[in-house]
Design a protein around this ligand. Structure first.
Ligand SMILES: N[C@@H](CCC(=O)N[C@@H](CS)C(=O)NCC(=O)O)C(=O)O
Length: 208
């Protein structure tokens, strides 16, 4: 079988999610640590986002599409079930993760906390306004996790791998950590999943 290539810098959350899937399935892959908009990215993703993937003649963009391909094309345990309900539950939580968790944790909290005009300082009003929305996301996840150990049911799925890097990133910021930590099922889930070898083995190298 051809080598699997994941294209994207290792500190990207979505790159880490698809790499975590490879680790869980035991699928060897080569990481090409390209930034968004690099030529090897724009020739696959029309908007220049990472991750992208190559496998022989197959080139894909969008992390969920890449995950679906890897889960179906390679042997090993399945992390996106074949049955209608199981597959739909994974899809549901991936969509929620991308529409809400990514928006409120990454786009409205983490990015404006880290990247800002030094002369002006961070947009604290915007960052503060994201906290009640992060709390709503945390409650939604916590409610699901109070009923089952993983988002899509009784076993680890790609739905968990999709949101885990975002949640872990948020835990690195005291204000977001305080919000997430109020939700006990969610906190226990973050602690359990961030200890998985598939997660620790895909940790990005420290930034220079
Ligand atoms: N919906 C995309 C989102 C990917 C995404 O947002 N990637 C980020 C890095 S984590 C990126 O490429 N950002 C740069 C950009 O949007 O131009 C996916 O699931 O693959």
């Amino acid at each position: 079988m051809a080598d699997l290539e994941i294209i994207g810098v290792p500190f990207s959350n979505y790159v880490r999610s698809v790499r975590m899937l490879c680790e869980e399935k035991g699928v060897a892959h080569k990481l090409t640590p390209s930034r968004p908009q690099a030529p090897e990215v724009t020739c696959i993703h029309p908007a220049g986002q990472i991750p992208c993937m190559r496998h022989g003649d197959v080139a894909l963009f969008e992390s969920k599409a890449i995950a679906t391909y890897i889960d179906k094309a390679f042997p090993g345990p399945k992390f996106i079930p074949d049955d209608a309900i199981g597959a739909a539950k994974v899809e549901q939580w991936v969509s929620y993760g991308n529409a809400k968790v990514d928006k409120w944790i990454m786009r409205e909290f983490v990015v404006p906390s880290v990247f800002f005009d030094k002369a002006k300082g961070p947009d604290t009003a915007r960052i503060t306004a994201s906290l009640p929305e992060i709390d709503k996301c945390a409650k939604a996840l916590d409610d699901a996790l109070a009923k089952s150990p993983y988002l899509a049911g009784s076993s680890l799925s790609y739905a968990d791998m999709n949101v885990l890097p975002m949640l872990d990133t948020a835990m690195g910021f005291p204000a977001a950590k305080e919000v997430l930590s109020k939700h006990k099922s969610l906190s226990a889930y973050i602690a359990k999943l961030t200890a998985l070898p598939s997660y620790t083995n895909t940790a990005p190298p420290p930034r220079k």
